[in-house]
Unconditional design. Structure first.
Length: 278
């Protein structure tokens, strides 16, 4: 009984060995086929991958380009903001300089002072008037003198509760008694309505020259004494005419800045000046 069992076992071992040999041979063949197939498929796969890689590259390029555009726009906004900030700082510096000049002017004046801001300008080119942000509530009165750091600007013509109207010295309805610093000549400077002043009724033989400085004479009591009014820019002596033609440039910067000083003259404040109140 043992011999048949040994033979059967031997047969099974032989069959299993044959099966393993055959499987190993087929595995080598399949590997060879797979290797050859891979060699053939690889170029095709690369060709197929080209559009995909191109698409991915284009997408990355567009994303990077959009990022650069966004950064560029942000930098432009920052630049504009910085420029606006610098301009604002420059404007504030100019405003501070004007206020310092007004303060220095005010320290030379014995009367009480009030700082005001010009808030509006009359659009009529033939009417030189401005509106300031101080009124009856601030003890502003008609006839009150307004100046800047360079000289006389004009006088208050009408007063409301919280603002007032002022006529500038270049207005055609305005006149200022003046005196020549060089020789003491007295005259009347009248506004022309065109940004200049004229000296009226000055004899043709009078000693007056271009560059002469005219200051307030104080005659009539309307304006305080000694404030610059204008500088002579042109003198015409026409033969046969009794009076010379004399033009002044105003000393005050009438068309610049927005800060002014109001001179508090107590006597005129009580009598209301010589210009009517609204």
């Amino acid at each position: 009984m043992r011999e048949p069992e040994h033979g059967f076992r031997l047969l099974i071992i032989v069959l299993m060995s044959c099966a393993l040999i055959i499987a190993d041979q087929r595995s080598e063949r399949f590997g060879d086929i797979k290797s050859r197939a891979s060699f053939i498929v690889y170029p095709i796969q690369k060709i197929v991958d080209i559009p995909i890689a191109t698409l991915h590259g284009a997408t990355d390029f567009l994303v990077a380009q959009q990022r650069l555009v966004n950064e560029n726009n942000y930098l432009k906004q920052e630049q504009i903001l910085q420029q606006a900030t610098l301009q604002r700082l420059a404007a504030l510096e100019t405003e501070n300089q004007q206020l310092r000049q007004l303060t220095q002017t005010g320290s030379q004046v014995t009367d009480n002072l009030l700082i005001a801001n010009i808030i509006n300008v009359d659009p009529d080119p033939f009417t030189h008037q401005v509106i300031i942000d101080k009124g009856r509530h601030d003890n502003v009165y008609p006839g009150q003198t307004i100046i800047d750091a360079n000289g006389i600007m004009g006088a208050i013509s009408a007063v409301n509760d919280f603002d007032s109207r002022a006529i500038l010295i270049t207005d055609a309805s305005h006149a200022v008694p003046v005196e020549d610093v060089r020789n003491g000549l007295r005259a009347i400077a009248v506004g022309t309505g065109s940004g200049c002043l004229e000296l009226r009724h000055v004899p043709n033989t009078t000693d007056i020259a271009v560059g002469d400085i005219m200051i307030t004479s104080g005659l009539g009591g309307r304006f305080p004494v000694g404030f610059p009014v204008g500088v002579v820019k042109d003198v015409q002596h026409e033969p046969g005419k009794p009076f010379a033609s004399i033009t002044l440039n105003p000393s005050a910067k009438l068309d610049r800045g927005r800060h002014v000083l109001l001179l508090q003259n107590k006597d005129k404040r009580h009598n209301g000046g010589d210009i009517d109140e609204e």
